[in-house]
Design a protein around this ligand. Structure first.
Ligand code: HEM
Length: 199
């Protein structure tokens, strides 16, 4: 009984950590949209944001929740958890997409987040708009970002369908809602390199 409870608590905490990242990703895509308002708007926003009081606490929360989410997922998988109720959410994603592909996608997403974070930390405060534009003129960087966004889309679709299912939304509805939210987010992110290429 204790074991089952732990499994459910773990899943809830993982979902909560995922939710924090989901909120961050929405805020990130919204703040990136300042890119479409030109150099001044983008540079002003990021120079303010990097020096703001929320920046370092936000990074700490993101790092802690990501570490927890990944650690719990890996330990649960290694423990091959088959407690009653643990498979409740599994019938869409792993059956259609084999576990190996799901884990490869998740690994790709983490690799992208780490790469992107380091790359962004290495930007200087002088004209981040120009530096982002320079990044997206390199074909290899376009590929890195395209793969990163595909991995994000797959993982978010998986997470969102689980959450919507828990909320009791019917199966054909939650799939469509999840696809719609994911496409909206991906469209926002991809609009940045696209606007650089077609500038
Ligand atoms: C085309 C897509 C993207 C662009 C152009 C982009 C751009 C940026 C920029 C300009 C920064 C801030 C650099 C600074 O603080 O000076 C940043 C930071 C960051 N990005 Fe992205 N990003 C993209 C996609 C993503 C995705 C998909 C994720 C997560 C899955 C992500 C996660 C982060 C994180 C964790 C940080 C560090 C915290 C922060 O400064 O906000 N980014 N990104």
């Amino acid at each position: 009984m204790n074991f089952i409870n732990n499994t459910i608590v773990q899943k809830k905490l993982m979902a909560f950590a995922g939710l924090i990242w989901f909120v961050y990703v929405i805020a990130h895509v919204l703040s990136l949209s300042s890119f479409h308002f030109g150099k001044q708007a983008f540079n002003d926003f990021y120079n303010w944001f990097n020096g703001s009081i929320i920046y370092w606490p936000m990074l700490f929360v993101l790092a802690a929740t990501l570490a927890f989410h990944v650690f719990t997922a890996v330990t649960r998988q290694l423990g091959n958890n088959v407690a009653i109720g643990a498979n409740r959410y599994h019938h869409i994603y792993p059956k259609i997409i084999p576990r190996f592909i799901a884990w490869s996608g998740a690994a790709m997403l983490i690799a992208f987040i780490v790469f992107h974070f380091v790359q962004m930390q290495l930007l200087s405060d002088l004209d981040p708009y120009q530096q982002i534009s320079n990044i997206f003129t390199q074909p290899v960087m376009l590929l890195v970002y395209i793969f990163g966004l595909i991995a994000l889309g797959m993982h978010l679709h998986h997470g969102l369908t689980n959450v919507l299912q828990t909320l009791g939304i019917s199966s054909n509805q939650y799939n469509l809602i999840a696809i719609f939210i994911v496409l909206l987010l991906l469209f926002g992110f991809i609009s940045i390199p696209v606007s650089v290429i077609y500038a």
